[in-house]
Every structure is written in structure tokens, then in C-alpha cells.
Write a protein that binds this ligand. Sequence first.
Ligand code: FES
Length: 106
Amino acid sequence: MKDQISPYFCHILVCVNDRQSERISCGPANSGAIKQVLKLQVKKRWPDARIRVSQTGCLGVCEEGPNVMIYPQKIWFSHVTPGDVEGILDRIDQIVRAGQDLLLTK
Ligand code: FES
């Protein structure tokens, strides 16, 4: 195993876990669509930035879903709808502006 620092300045995790109606989960609440729009918009707005959008399994706060978390900034968006994506992108833009030097450092 190799221990390294993450290559991403900002990693956006979108829970797409689907429990098939056994219990509440993010997937059935449209989180896949949220992830897709985030992915497209991040690539469009910051094509050269080290920002990654990834789908994940359960983030442990299912009742608050759909959930989107941003690391290492430790920002958590809960009860997200596709209509909230613009607000999330605005928050990412604040993060990018605040860390412009780090963003461009490889
Ligand atoms: S299913 Fe999304 S946080 Fe648990």
C-alpha cells in the first residue's frame, strides 16, 4: 500500500445508494440525476481544475438524503433536489476562488 495526499483539490461525493424500498435511501430520490448534472457542469465550468464528482454508496445520513458532500472542505448538502445544483455550483465556485493557488498547484 502507498499512502498519498489526494490528487483532488475538491472531491464532490453524491450518494446514489438504492435500498430498493427496504429503507429510505438517496438513489430513489433522483440523486443519479443530481450527480450527472453536477459532473457535466463541473467539467464545463472548471475544465482544468482538480475537482472530481463521484457517486458513492451510503454516506450514513440516509434520512437527510439525497446527500452531497464535499471534501476536504467538509461541506454537506442534504435534502438535495436537481433544482439545488446551481446553489451547489455557486458554493464550489466560492471554494475555488478561496483556494485558487492550491487549485492550480499540482
Ligand atoms: S443512502 Fe444516501 S446517505 Fe445513506
